[in-house]
Design a protein around this ligand. Structure first.
Ligand SMILES: [Zn+2]
Ligand SMILES: [Zn+2]
Length: 256
């Protein structure tokens, strides 16, 4: 069975540093971007499709500021269509504030698509569903079902779950929804010592993520949204899971 790849273009939470840009992940075969932080500047050479679908988890700046880089990106590597997906009020806030003429001079060539009224959307052949998460201002997790390269219609799709900027949804319905992914990309902004800060800021810490992964049983776990001032280590705790665990770094690509 052929694998798909997700490229880590930006893996930091909050703000970029020398080794990490802010949140952006890309699936070249399907043209899907997960968030649009500063890491999006690395996109042009990876584009393989004539369309892009940008899924926004929420509108905090570390997930959206890179939308303003799209003019340069599309100048370097034009595509026919760019769709930006997210909750209606988040898209409205981005358009009103980030693209206010006092902050940015021109409109960007994208179409805006609110997900609120549809639980499932078709992204040029990738099926996307979403769930709300607890985070200051609210955020959403995405689940993608993507056909594998050269697969037939009867082959099972590759399943990716992307859950970032969340307190860690561990209610039965959320766990069921996240279950059985080929790749679970889950934020882990804090280490265990900073559990209080995680809870205060609406983020996760390592033990919580490992607990969620233990219950949802992905084939592979990728920790994302790494706090730039508290570098994370997995240590012995990771042995509680049956699947490989990796900490996302800029430039890493993960097959699933
Ligand atoms: Zn964030
Ligand atoms: Zn956030």
């Amino acid at each position: 069975m052929k694998t798909l790849e997700v490229h880590c273009l930006g893996t930091a939470g909050y703000h970029p540093n020398e080794s990490r840009h802010t949140s952006c992940y890309f699936l070249p075969k399907s043209g899907v971007l997960l968030d649009a932080g500063t890491g999006i500047f690395r996109l042009p050479k990876l584009i393989e499709t004539d369309h892009l679908d940008i899924l926004l988890s929420h509108a905090h700046l570390d997930h959206v500021v890179g939308l303003t880089f799209l003019l340069d990106i599309l100048h370097q590597r034009p595509v026919k269509e760019v769709c930006v997906w997210g909750q209606r009020e988040k898209l409205a806030a981005i358009r009103e504030h980030l693209f206010h003429e006092s902050l940015f001079p021109v409109a960007i060539p994208v179409t805006w698509h609110a997900i609120d009224d549809q639980s499932t959307c078709d992204l040029h052949g990738t099926e996307m569903s979403w769930r709300p998460q607890e985070h200051p201002g609210g955020s959403v997790a995405y689940r993608l079902h993507t056909p594998r390269p050269e697969s037939s219609a009867s082959d099972p799709p590759a399943v990716l779950v992307y859950a970032t900027d969340t307190l860690g949804e561990d209610d039965p319905e959320s766990l069921r929804w996240m279950s059985g992914a080929d790749l679970l990309m889950h934020e882990c902004n804090f280490d265990n010592q900073n559990q209080k800060w995680a809870e205060k800021t609406g983020h996760c810490y390592l033990r919580k993520v490992l607990d969620i992964a233990g219950q949802t049983k992905p084939r592979r776990l990728l920790l994302t949204h790494i706090n730039p001032i508290a570098e994370l280590e997995i240590g012995d705790e990771g042995q509680s899971l049956d699947c490989p665990i990796e900490i996302a770094t800029d430039g890493l690509s993960v097959a699933f």
